[in-house]
Design a protein. Structure first.
Length: 309
């Protein structure tokens, strides 16, 4: 497999022409040791979180594939206890001072305003930006709130509270403002008032239904997507909901302009994933995304080298 075009990705990021998509795999740094427990100093994987919830709810299946299926286990947990209790359990897991990883610090060090999309619930990206004093706005997909179910939370930098805004009426000057878009919700560290988790099977169905109806992703972001490269970090396409999200994003994007003086106007996208399966390689390639087999830590190390060349 060839090397990633580090120099080009680095320069395009600094020009604000790349949208990083952060998945759960970005949180697995080189210091991660052993299997996660509630006392671990690092975040759980999706499978580890699923097994934790399965144990607490006495999940009936003993099949490892079922026990590691987070959306299925979360649905069972909510059905047998309560949605509120599920939210409390998730808050316990994510309301801790986990250390940002290399990729979070690298992105926070880019001075150009970025639109960063993440499906993670943790606040490691926000922590990294706070450490270097860089302002950012948060946009969060809410769940569990019927009064704002057709809106997103918009949390402007340094504002004490977010406001609910219909996705098609959100306006942020993206050329001047870094935005962290938390597509699947977030932990709210200061008390949990704004905790939001797209995690159960029903949550994903609702979210994808809103995507189909173009009431999930803010229109201003969709327009921005049209002219930018995507950089997928820490994702695996074994996850059916990510595949559906990618398909819906692609179907909703306007047609690219056709410059008369260019034969190939396609905007390339890239994925960094350690040891992808042959199936995942085929799935990425089918979506026009070029995949590179390496860890996120090694990728960031190569990107940092571009700063001195």
């Amino acid at each position: 497999m060839p090397e990633a075009p580090y120099g080009e990705i680095s320069d395009l990021l600094k020009d604000g022409k790349v949208i990083p998509f952060l998945g759960a795999g970005v949180n697995f740094g080189p210091d991660r040791a052993g299997v996660w427990t509630p006392a671990s100093p690092f975040l759980p994987s999706g499978a580890e979180l699923s097994k934790f919830l399965a144990g607490k709810a006495n999940f009936p299946s003993k099949d490892e594939r079922d026990i590691a299926d987070l959306s299925k286990v979360a649905s069972y947990f909510a059905d047998t206890t309560a949605r509120r209790r599920l939210r409390e359990r998730l808050h316990e897991v994510f309301d801790r001072d986990y250390a940002p990883c290399d990729i979070h610090s690298y992105l926070a060090g880019i001075e150009t305003p970025l639109l960063i999309v993440t499906t993670n619930y943790d606040d490691l990206t926000e922590q990294a930006f706070k450490r270097v004093g860089r302002p950012y706005d948060l946009v969060i997909h809410p769940t569990d709130r019927k009064d704002i179910e057709a809106s997103v939370w918009w949390w402007e930098h340094d504002k004490p509270e977010p406001v609910a805004v219909p996705p098609n009426k959100l306006y942020i000057e993206l050329a001047k403002t870094t935005v962290i878009y938390k597509m699947h919700g977030t932990v709210h560290r200061a008390g949990g008032k704004y905790d939001s988790y797209v995690i159960t099977e029903e949550d994903y169905v609702e979210f994808l239904s809103r995507m189909t109806g173009q009431t999930a992703v803010p229109a201003i972001f969709m327009e921005y997507f049209r002219t930018r490269h995507f950089l997928f970090l820490g994702y695996g396409l074994r996850d059916w909901n990510l595949r559906v999200v990618l398909r819906n994003l692609k179907s909703q994007l306007p047609a690219m302009p056709q410059p008369e003086d260019e034969d190939d106007e396609d905007i390339r996208s890239w994925a960094i994933q350690l040891k992808p399966s042959e199936l995942e390689e085929q799935l990425w390639n089918a979506r026009g995304v070029r995949i590179y087999d390496m860890s996120i830590t090694d990728f960031v190390a190569q990107m940092r080298l571009q700063l001195v060349t």
